[in-house]
Each structure stands twice: as C-alpha cells, then as structure tokens.
Design a protein around this ligand. Structure first.
Ligand SMILES: *Cc1c(COP(=O)(O)O)cnc(C)c1O
Length: 414
C-alpha cells in the first residue's frame, strides 16, 4: 500500500479530491474539508472516533494502513491532514499536549552538544523544557531579544542547530520578523516557530521560510477550552521523518477522542478568529481610551512599536490583549475580582473570555528578577478576548475599572 504525504500508508477509507481543485481552496473550506472525506465503508459524513488500540490484519503484515494506534490512528491522521493543510505544510504529527509538540519540534532534531537560540519572552513551559530538561542531555539554550536581529546573530555559535521563535510574544505581544530570522540561518540549521498565538488564519510561518511550525492546539485551534493537544507541521520530508519517529518512539500521542475534538474545533477556526479579533480590537481601543490604564499591548494598535511588521507578516492581529492598570498590583488583583464575563484562568484561545495575571499564573515559575527584566510587573494583566457580544465584554471591563478606580486616584496622589 503506498504511503501518503503523511508518511503513513493510505487507508482504504480515505479518498482525496483532485490536487488542482484542493490547491485553490480557501482557508475556511480547507478547515472544513481537508482530511474529512466520508467513510467509504459506512458513508459516515463525519470522521469517526476510532476508539481502538489495535487493527486486525487480514494476514500477517497485510493491513489497511494501520496496525497500532500509537503508530497511527485514522482519527488522528484526519486531524494531521487538516492542520497541515491550514499551515500550508505537507506533513503533520499530532501530540498529546502543546509541550509534547514543543519537545517534538525541537528535541527530535537535536543531539548532545547542540545549541538553541530562543526568543527571550518565551512561553513558560517551553522555557522550563529548554532550561531544566535539555541541559541534562547536553543541549544549551541562549535567550535573546529576537526583535533585535543583530543581537540574535551575535548569539549564534558554531554548534547552533535550532532557532526557536515565538511571535507574537507572550504576554507583551512583541512581533519577531520571521523572514529576518530565516535570513540568519546557515545550512543545516532549523527555524521552528511556535504559532499558537497567531494561528494559521493570521500567520503562516512556512511562507516566510520557517522549517517547522508547532501549536498548542489546546488554544485557538481546538478553540473551546475542552482538550489539551499539540501539533508539529513541516513541508520538509527529512524533518517530518525525524518528528514522526519521535512521535512513535516516545509515544506522546493524543487519543482519538482528543484528536476528534480538536478537529471539530478547527473546522470553525476562520469564523472564530475573525470574531476574536474584532472583539480584541474593540477591547484594545477601549482600554487605550482610559486614563486609568497606563499601557495597552495589542499589535493592531497603531501605537504598537511593531505595528508595521505585524501588518507585513500577519493577516490580522489576533485575540490577545495585555494591559497595565494604574493603581499597582493591588488594583490589578481587585479588578480581576470584579470581572464577570472574564474567567480568571490560565490558557487562552477558547470562545470564552479569560483574564490572567502573568506574574503569578502563566509566568509564576519564572524568577521575580527575570520577570521584572521582561517587563512582567504585577499590574500587568493578559486578556484572551472571547467571542461573546462585544458590548457585554466592554461593559464588564468598564464596570471593573470603574469599581476599582479609587486605587488609581490614590496612586496618582501618592
Ligand atoms: C499553551 C502554550 C504552550 C503549551 O501547550 P500545552 O497544550 O499547554 O502543553 C506552548 N506554547 C504556547 C505559546 C502556549 O500558549
């Protein structure tokens, strides 16, 4: 049985539309259609949840393309095809969490003695992986301000193997020039991009020359805060083979139910992202208009230092807004207590609005002095703006700011 583009043999129940037709399809169509052909055996319109560990063989070595669910499962394969297509990639490997995917998109390519150049304000879990796990295997990481290409170039060593880019950054939403980083790369080096915040709807790093893209599908791709997962996408067959080997050898795979939930969520990515962005823009403008808010971080604001780069690299600015209130840490804590639409929770990218305090929550494990160095002060709050009605979201923020304005006044006098 011939192998399909995903490195698994192609099962009988999958048929592909003609290439030419598929290639011209728009994003929303791909999200709903790619990998989602009706089941040939039953006509099931929706890809079934293949809740099976093993696959019965007709004779020794004669399979329908699957033999064991760690190595390959039809529900997971459908998800991999769908998400690879959305990133404009040829291959994908799904993982059981975003961190397993981050490991798959880095460790798969590395050996003892290799060096990583990584974004300074990295997702906390990735920082922990690179700083507390990899050194035990002889892999070192240098963290740089990747918005500064000269600083990034200066960090490159003869043994640098991987550039790890996260843009927009978390939680200050700086924009890193993906093409600029790709231009620094020498043969044999790999540029990997964590595209979780932007999603392929707004940003497709492979188009700028990145080699590998990873996501925590827990966030926007699944979109409903009900499943943890990750994905690694590339168009390079060599790199894909290394990630697929890791996926099977280490076995950090998602179960079929999680693959199914993620795939179902991703079908509505286009329509959700448009709403997330519309609401986030409104929130950023609203916060920007308030005197009791000192800083607003949203790449879609003209005042954002990377606004022009964001416009060049992204098709839209996403759904995350960070801000600093006047009135210090006390007011930030008080404000969070007054919010009703925004749940106080880690994570992002679901349909519901969430608020978090990076200082204690997402970056709680980062040492205090490093947080201050990164600009993550206690009065900083990060919003994952959901797709509830705009008026309700703005009213909630307005109410919470008004209810805590005494703090701001005290602060101004003091
Ligand atoms: C959440 C997140 C991760 C980790 O993903 P999990 O699904 O929580 O393991 C990695 N990178 C970014 C940018 C994230 O937001």
């Amino acid at each position: 049985m011939p192998n399909d583009a995903f490195g698994h043999s192609q099962p009988a129940l999958r048929t592909c539309a003609p290439e030419a037709d598929v290639a011209t399809r728009g994003f929303a169509t791909r999200a709903i259609r790619t990998g989602q052909d009706p089941c040939k055996a039953t006509g099931s319109t929706i890809v079934p949840v293949y809740q099976t560990a093993t696959f019965t063989q007709e004779a020794v070595g004669v399979t329908k393309g699957f033999d064991y669910s760690r190595s390959g499962n039809p529900t997971r394969q459908a998800l991999e095809r769908q998400l690879a297509d959305l990133e404009g990639g040829r291959f994908a490997c799904a993982f059981g969490s975003g961190m397993a995917a981050a490991n798959g998109a880095s460790f798969s390519f590395l050996r003892a003695g290799d060096h990583i150049v990584a974004t300074k304000d990295l997702y906390g879990g990735t920082h922990r992986l690179f700083s507390d796990v990899f050194p035990r295997y002889g892999i070192e990481t240098t963290y740089v301000e990747m918005c500064d290409l000269a600083e990034t170039r200066a960090a490159i060593r003869p043994n640098t193997k991987l550039f790890w880019v996260e843009t927009p950054t978390n939680p200050l939403l700086k924009i890193i020039d993906i093409a600029g980083i790709v231009a620094l790369k020498r043969p044999g080096q790999i540029v990997a991009v964590d595209n979780t915040f932007a999603t392929p709807y707004w940003q497709r790093p492979l188009e700028f020359g990145a080699d590998v893209v990873m996501h925590s599908t827990t966030k926007y791709l699944s979109g409903h805060s009900d499943v943890v997962g990750g994905i690694v996408i590339t168009s390079d067959p060599e790199l894909h083979a290394q990630v697929a080997f890791q996926q099977n050898a280490v076995g950090a795979i998602p179960g079929p139910w999680d693959a199914y939930l993620t795939m179902r969520g991703a079908k509505t990515l286009a329509i959700r992202m448009r709403e997330h962005e519309r609401n986030a823009h409104a929130v950023a403008n609203f916060l920007d208009s308030r005197d009791d808010v000192s800083d607003v971080y949203y790449p879609g604001l003209r005042s954002h230092p990377d606004y022009e780069l964001a416009r060049k690299q992204m098709r839209g600015f996403g759904g995350i807004v960070s801000f600093r209130v006047r009135g210090g840490a006390e007011r930030a804590l008080e404000l969070v207590r007054h919010l009703r639409i925004f749940n106080l929770a880690t994570s992002l990218g679901g349909v519901e609005s969430l608020v978090c305090s990076p200082w204690t929550m997402t970056h709680g494990s980062v040492p205090a002095d490093r947080k201050v160095e990164l600009g993550l002060t206690q009065e900083l709050l990060r919003l994952s703006v959901g797709i509830e009605d705009e008026a309700d979201i703005l009213a909630d923020l307005g109410h919470a700011l008004d209810a805590t304005s005494a703090h701001a006044a005290v602060y101004a006098v003091a």
